[in-house]
Design a protein around this ligand. Structure first.
Ligand code: JFZ
Length: 467
């Protein structure tokens, strides 16, 4: 099972796969294997509910992949290579040569406040950055291994510390990505099957001497709001539990994602939130708090030649779609080795922020849909049980006494038909143009809205229904 998952990772990471648009939604199958809606009851204790509250309120965060691989920028010795943060493994590069990148890693243009303020202008409420990816290089000041940004680069600064301070200054939460099982720099860890031929790995040694000490350092030094684990190859359930317990002891209120362990999410008290596939949301409402992580272009790490940036419409769709299913959207940015977030990323983020300025009340702190059938339903296709997506051109989020309809494709005749609501709709207005007239027709089997002729927003206009 563990080994079977690896080829999947490799096929996904080279070119982060295309995200669905609302129209393509119909072709997807369910993600039950990631703990979909069938993941059972979610019964947090009051303390567990309290610590996840900010995360559910936040709905939108910035993911950052930044490391020595950013220096490659999609090239090796002048030749274009795939993989980004996976290039070392996909190209089976000599580990000694890869390590040399540290000597030239000097992100002199890095400014933590600028990054945090960009995230803030996008309407993001938290940030998750790679403190160590699978390449094994620590982007923080580590006592557990000298292979880190302070000891091994001319930069000598600790960007994680600077980001933590900037996040505190500007009111964002800082989460830390840490590759706890996979580390291609270490012969004992999981993942490097080309540099150390014949070597008999000792995963326990790696965990006890590098991974767990570094996780402890991260907790003690930066008090992260989230520890975001990934690709848990060779992490046993007992080790996952040990790591989670240690982190919770050191940082009360810390959140831990479900990728700390392979397979079905452990859930509470080990993991606080689930994740869907990369760039692919759960296909239905998911009762456990969850997060969709996705790329802005086709890569996690910066690649100079990846100019295939997703349109803002697609990014906003992911945010709205995730929120309507009770989830967050963690949108990735790949800064350059100089420490710059380039304009194609930044301009899209700012546009999302503009949309959220107008429509944020239908995202932040909102619950998911009141219905669920707008996503489709299970049916039988060729004798197989399959999820059949609905072609709904809208998504729904909720607040107590309020139902928000995010209209994705504005109806030409101005009529928007919604499933029935038990409670009476007393008022309907557009968030972008509150004075425009929206007429309500409500019967036992449906609600019909008569909208103005033109959409106030070309991407998604939100109608607020008061109950
Ligand atoms: C992992 C990493 O290997 C990758 O480099 C990147 O950091 C990404 C965010 O996470 O890749 C994965 C992990 C899980 C899935 C897909 C890619 N998944 O569950 O679909």
């Amino acid at each position: 099972m563990k080994r079977a998952i690896l080829p999947l990772f490799i096929s996904l990471v080279g070119t982060a796969f295309a995200a669905p648009s609302a129209a393509q939604f119909g072709e997807m199958t369910t993600l039950d294997s990631f703990g979909g809606p069938s993941s059972g009851t979610y019964k947090p204790t009051p303390a567990e509910a309290e610590r996840i509250a900010w995360f559910r309120e936040a709905r939108f965060g910035m993911f950052m992949h930044w490391g020595l691989y950013s220096k490659m920028a999609g090239y090796w010795k002048g030749k274009k290579v795939t993989g980004g943060e996976w290039a070392l493994k996909l190209q089976r590069l000599p580990i000694e040569e890869y390590r040399e990148l540290a000597k030239e890693f000097n992100p002199v243009k890095f400014n933590a406040d600028e990054w945090v303020l960009l995230a803030k202008s996008a309407g993001m409420k938290y940030m998750v950055i790679t403190s160590k990816h699978h390449d094994g290089f620590a982007m923080f000041d580590s006592d557990a291994s000298p292979y880190n940004i302070v000891d091994a680069t001319p930069f000598k600064r600790d960007p994680i510390k600077e980001l933590k301070e900037a996040c505190d200054r500007h009111g964002l939460k800082l989460g830390l990505y840490y590759s706890h099982g996979q580390d291609w720099n270490e012969p004992d860890a999981y993942g490097n099957n080309w540099s150390f031929p014949g070597y008999k790995r000792n995963m326990d040694k790696y965990l006890d001497e590098k991974s767990i000490p570094q996780i402890r350092e991260l907790c003690l030094k930066y008090k992260p709001a989230i520890l975001w684990f990934d690709t848990a190859g060779d992490i046993t359930p007992a080790r996952a539990e040990q790591i989670a317990r240690m982190a919770r002891e050191l940082v009360p209120g810390i959140l831990i994602n479900s990728r700390i362990q392979l397979g079905k999410p452990r859930g509470l008290p080990i993991t606080d939130f689930d994740g869907s596939g990369d760039n692919e949301a759960f296909h239905q409402y998911h009762n456990v708090p969850w997060e969709l992580c996705g790329t802005l272009n086709r890569s996690w790490a910066f690649k100079e030649w990846d100019k295939d940036f997703r349109p803002v419409s697609e990014l906003l769709f992911h945010l709205i779609d995730a929120a309507s299913k009770n989830g967050n959207y963690l949108l990735n940015v790949g800064p350059t080795a100089e420490g710059v977030i380039t304009e194609p990323y930044a301009s899209r983020l700012r546009e999302m922020g503009s949309w959220l300025k107008v429509n944020g009340e239908a995202i932040y702190g909102c619950g998911g849909t009141v219905w669920g059938n707008e996503f489709g339903d299970f049916g039988t296709v060729d004798g197989k049980r399959k999820f059949i997506a609905a072609p709904a051109n809208w998504r729904c989020t909720t607040q107590p006494g309020k139902v928000y309809i995010h209209v994705l494709n504005w109806p030409k005749d101005g009529k928007l038909e919604l499933p029935a609501l038990k409670q009476k709709v007393t008022k309907a207005h557009l968030l972008a143009t509150p004075t425009a007239v929206v007429k309500i027709g409500q019967s036992a089997d449906k609600v019909v809205l008569s909208l103005p002729a033109n959409a106030p927003d070309p991407i998604a206009s939100v109608v607020c229904l008061s109950l």
